[in-house]
Design a protein around this ligand. Structure first.
Ligand code: RB5
Length: 142
């Protein structure tokens, strides 16, 4: 799967973990930065990742900031994006099955590498259930 990946300085450490996991799973990664720990503005990173997903150049996106809150708010400004901030496995699975989330947001200062790996694996494997859930997410556009 083609996956766009991005973080700010608050998510930089966890992004390295997530990048390694994605590579081990054989995914093709578009790394939108940041590429070091220097301070950057998370809305810029969210726009870069979400544009790749919205244009269909990547099927999914993963965004990481300190808490995951700011970068998920920024991502959901794009009407093509359904970004889900997840800190545990159940929400990660449900964000795919019920919400067809196309962007996963994580907090680099709120979860550890093991938890992040579990969330990422589950989120990538889970499939959208469709049906009544499709009708509900279609209502976002109304
Ligand atoms: C950056 O210090 C921090 O504000 C950012 O990573 C994020 O947590 C915002 O929601």
């Amino acid at each position: 799967m083609k996956i766009a990946l991005g973080c700010d300085h608050g998510g930089f450490g966890l992004k390295e973990t997530v990048l390694t996991v994605l590579q081990q799973l054989g995914h093709e990664i578009r790394d939108c930065g940041t590429l070091d720990g220097q301070a950057v503005d998370y809305p810029d990173i969210a726009v870069a990742v979400c544009e790749l997903v919205a244009k269909g150049e990547c099927e999914r996106g993963i965004l990481i900031c300190g808490t995951g809150i700011g970068i998920s708010m920024a991502a959901n400004r794009n009407p093509a994006i359904r970004a889900a901030l997840c800190a545990e496995a159940f929400s990660a699975r449900m964000s795919r099955e019920h919400n067809d989330a196309n962007v996963l947001c994580l907090g680099g200062r709120t979860i550890g590498p093991g938890q992040a790996e579990e969330i990422v694996r589950i989120w990538l494997d889970a499939e959208f259930a469709g049906g009544r859930h499709l009708r509900r997410i279609q209502m976002f556009q109304q």
